[in-house]
Design a protein. Structure first.
Length: 363
């Protein structure tokens, strides 16, 4: 009986011991799993290093004048047309040739018109003689006033017809209405033309035009007749003087105002239609400004800011006060100093605590 009780006791003790060991093992495994999960969470929450590009805040020199881009246009474009019909017996219209005002460019066969003119001349001469003769007869009482008036009317009608015939003869010659350069040719010698036929085109380049679109804050200071400086891309070392010839008072969809610049084209370096130019308005006075590139700017409409890179390789959101704009640069009046490093790319990756793994600085 006693031995049986001891056996039962040992069995219970063994069972309890195994149970305790299993419980300890399970709890140890659960703790280990919890530590692994927590470690993974910590790794997820840990800021990840990133790469970015930056530039140095620097002082640059700019001109106070505002520059606008434009394209040279001919001062006048003249289309030559025929005023009569007939066969072309002479043509001096060739692309690229320079012509002077009054020079003959096209001759239409004048035979028919010349014959009609000669007949009209003879008719007028006869009517003039008849009128003079009747005036003499009237003075001697041998012709009535009615006969004299009728002869006068016939002479006037003949004179009108003579003028028409003379004009028609003149229409067989096509002359250059202005000096310029032939830029288009539509006919050849031997072809037949009718009234209204296009013969060619002259571009007048003694004066050229440039149209630019000026911002509203600048156009308020412009006046017709103001002098501007023009620089052509083709002649980087030369300047041309232009004048404001027209200011259109209606803004475009982009809220800019069309302004026409007229330039006397009398230099050896001739401006040609289609050349790209810069029009400089205002005085070219050089001023220094602390600037950043436009792509460094962040923030919102109320507060401009940049990400300033500290020596600990962390980017810090830094409010700034902007100054004047200079094309691709923005002036900074407060918040930065020369030599500061500001980010220009990777701005969307910036988070508190994140460090820059690789930073490329470009000047």
């Amino acid at each position: 009986m006693y031995q049986t009780s001891i056996k039962r006791y040992y069995k219970k003790a063994l069972f309890v011991g195994v149970f305790v060991l299993l419980a300890v093992a399970v709890m140890s495994k659960l703790k280990s799993n919890r530590d692994v999960v927590q470690n993974e969470i910590n790794q997820e929450l840990k800021p990840i290093a990133y790469t970015a590009q930056a530039t140095l805040v620097k002082e640059m020199f700019f001109t106070d004048a505002t520059t606008y881009r434009g394209t040279v246009e001919a001062g006048k474009i003249i289309t030559l047309t025929s005023e009569t019909d007939g066969k072309i017996v002479y043509s001096a219209i060739e692309k690229g040739n320079d012509v002077t005002k009054g020079s003959v460019l096209v001759k239409v066969d004048p035979l028919t018109r010349s014959s009609a003119y000669q007949i009209s001349q003879d008719t007028y001469n006869k009517a003039k003689r008849d009128y003079a003769k009747l005036q003499e007869l009237q003075s001697s009482g041998n012709a009535s006033g009615m006969e004299v008036e009728q002869a006068k009317l016939q002479m006037q009608n003949a004179g009108s017809q003579l003028n028409i015939s003379k004009k028609q003869v003149g229409q067989t010659l096509v002359t250059a209405p202005e000096s310029g350069t032939l830029i288009d040719k539509k006919i050849n010698q031997g072809e037949y033309v009718t009234p209204g036929t296009t013969l060619g085109t002259i571009a007048c380049l003694n004066e050229v035009l440039v149209d630019v679109f000026v911002q509203e804050n600048e156009v308020a200071h412009l006046k017709k007749g103001n002098t501007v400086i023009v620089r052509a891309d083709a002649y980087p070392n030369s300047t041309f003087s232009g004048k404001v010839s027209a200011i259109v008072p209606v803004a475009s969809a982009a809220k800019t105002f069309p302004v026409e610049i007229r330039i006397v084209n009398n230099k050896s370096q001739r401006l040609l239609a289609g050349m790209n130019v810069s029009v400089i308005m205002g005085q070219e006075k050089r001023t220094a400004a602390l600037v950043i590139p436009r792509n460094a700017l962040t923030g919102n409409n109320k507060q401009a800011a940049v990400y300033l890179v500290h020596q600990c390789r962390q980017a810090v959101f830094t409010p700034i006060v902007l100054g004047k704009e200079y094309d691709t640069y923005l002036g900074v009046s407060r918040g930065l100093k020369a030599g500061d490093t500001v980010m220009t790319s990777g701005l969307l990756n910036v988070e508190p605590g994140k460090q820059l793994q690789r930073l490329t600085i470009k000047n």
